[in-house]
Design a protein around this ligand. Structure first.
Ligand code: HEM
Ligand SMILES: Nc1nc2c(c(=O)[nH]1)N[C@H]1C(S)=C(S)[C@@H](COP(=O)(O)O)O[C@H]1N2
Ligand SMILES: [Mo]
Length: 420
């Protein structure tokens, strides 16, 4: 059967004609160079993304991902507590490298657009498969970058839940990317070798070499194009690095959704204010008690907590959205609270907030975290009482965990012995 007007040898007018694509900048070398950068960058994004999943410890009770991740729920290893900035590093890398790659990715896609309009669209079953795998690749890469960027800008216009979607998207992306890279490795190496001929000008070719067959006069050289990509990447790198390093570097993060100044009542950022979490000062007044549950249950007032041995450590809050801030926290050790609740052996703890109905209302820390001397139920920070926005009367702080597990406005802690 023949479709009317469809001629496999004669493309319809427009983008399907090779002469339509006229930029003299397109060419194998440019595509190969940008491809090489992505070949290094995208696997790093995948690995640091998986590390974020490990750090979440989704198998522990109340960690927001819960069981959503089946069937690709990998248990890789137990997330360590040292160095204390480990999660700030891995998640900072994930977000910062992702941002840095945006210009590279966009220009790489631009450089191969003529391929989208191949004629005939499908030559054979193998060609169809190849094109479907490319659709999966481009779709999943754009999905990962798109959802990631929206998430760090705290904007959720989609109705699905970000973490599981981005997690599964990551697997699809790395699978399609791996297949594509394996197929194109030779082409990329050849393309890279053609550097000399093409840096400044135009090298003749045909559709197979990505080079325009009837190039328009050039408006910029490849050098300028690459310089623009590099400058864009540098600016985005500084943005990401500024947020990840925090402190004085935060002024670099001109895109930070909560601003560049060290916001928050105590001079460091607040994820969600007490008002936004609907936590009122009445609910944390003198009547507030910390309920401890374990082998036995008891209630402690803030005064009683302050009479327990206090410990002070410099620890980062490392938010999953890529910003970090290191502060000096003072409070009681989680392991001392476990002992008070009658749990002396290895234990996990679920911390429950006054705030209800949110992903942040409860979080579980593993036995490594509970046992660590630097894991605290913080009562004070930088020598003063916690502010209400930072979790007064008491909040969890623990080395190397994602910020989302540092529950604020804690009202109850349930310790469970780990059965071995
Ligand atoms: C600009 C690009 C990207 C940004 C800004 C970004 C951002 C993020 C953020 C904020 C998280 C933490 C989510 C959370 O735990 O709440 C995350 C997790 C993750 N990302 Fe990305 N991402 C990007 C690209 C990618 C790509 C290309 C891949 C895969 C190749 C990827 C794979 C993952 C994985 C597997 C996780 C772990 C999800 C989990 O906790 O289970 N990301 N990403
Ligand atoms: N109850 C409660 N705890 C919470 C949150 C929250 O919104 N509500 N935000 C979490 C997240 S995502 C982070 S990064 C840190 C931020 O702590 P901060 O607001 O004191 O900077 O607190 C965590 N604990
Ligand atoms: Mo966070």
């Amino acid at each position: 059967m023949r479709l009317p007007g469809f001629d496999p040898k004669r493309p319809p007018p427009g983008p399907f004609r090779a002469g339509f694509w006229r930029s003299p900048l397109r060419g194998r070398w440019l595509t190969a160079l940008l491809g090489l950068i992505l070949l290094i960058g995208i696997p790093i994004l995948f690995i640091t993304g998986l590390l974020s999943n490990v750090a979440y410890q989704p198998r522990l009770g109340a960690n927001s991902l819960g069981t959503n991740l089946r069937p690709l729920d990998f248990y890789l290893f137990t997330w360590p507590t040292r160095p204390v900035w480990l999660y700030a590093l891995t998640e900072g890398m994930h977000v910062t490298i992702g941002l840095t790659l945006i210009p590279v990715l966009l220009v790489k896609l631009w450089s191969v657009i003529p391929r989208l309009f191949e004629w005939p669209p499908v030559r054979s079953p193998a060609h169809l498969l190849e094109r479907l795998s490319l659709a999966l690749l481009v779709g999943s890469v754009l999905f990962e970058f798109g959802t990631g960027i929206l998430d760090i800008q705290l904007y959720y216009p989609f109705s699905f839940s970000f973490v599981p979607a981005h997690y599964y998207g990551g697997w699809i992306c790395i699978g399609a990317f791996g297949a594509h890279s394996a197929l194109k490795l030779g082409t990329m190496r050849q393309g890279l070798r053609t550097r000399g001929e093409v840096m400044d000008g135009f090298s003749p070719g045909g559709p197979a070499s990505l080079t325009a067959i009837s190039p328009a006069p050039s408006t910029m050289s490849r050098r300028v194009l690459l310089g623009t990509v590099g400058a864009g990447s540098l600016i985005l790198f500084l943005q990401g690095a500024g947020e990840s390093l925090g402190g004085p570097f935060r002024f670099l993060s001109f895109l930070a959704p909560r601003g560049r100044a060290p916001s928050g009542p105590l001079g460091f950022p607040v994820n969600q204010t007490a008002a936004a979490a609907e936590v009122t000062s009445a609910s944390v007044g003198p009547a507030w008690r910390l309920e401890l549950v374990g082998a036995r249950s008891l209630q402690l007032s803030r005064e009683q907590l302050l009479m327990m041995p206090q410990h002070t450590y410099d620890l980062p809050i490392a938010c999953v959205e890529g910003w970090s801030t290191t502060q000096r926290w003072t409070g009681v050790r989680l392991r001392d609270l476990a002992a008070l609740a009658g749990v002396h052996d290895a234990a996990t703890v679920e911390s429950i907030s006054i705030q209800t109905g949110s992903d942040f209302s409860a979080a579980t820390l593993g036995s490594e975290q509970v046992a660590d001397e630097q894991s605290l139920l913080a009562l004070r920070v930088n020598g003063v009482d916690l502010s209400l926005d930072h979790g007064f009367p008491a909040r969890v702080i623990s080395p190397a965990v994602p910020g989302v597990h540092c529950t604020k406005w804690v009202t109850k802690m349930a310790f469970s012995p780990v059965r071995t």
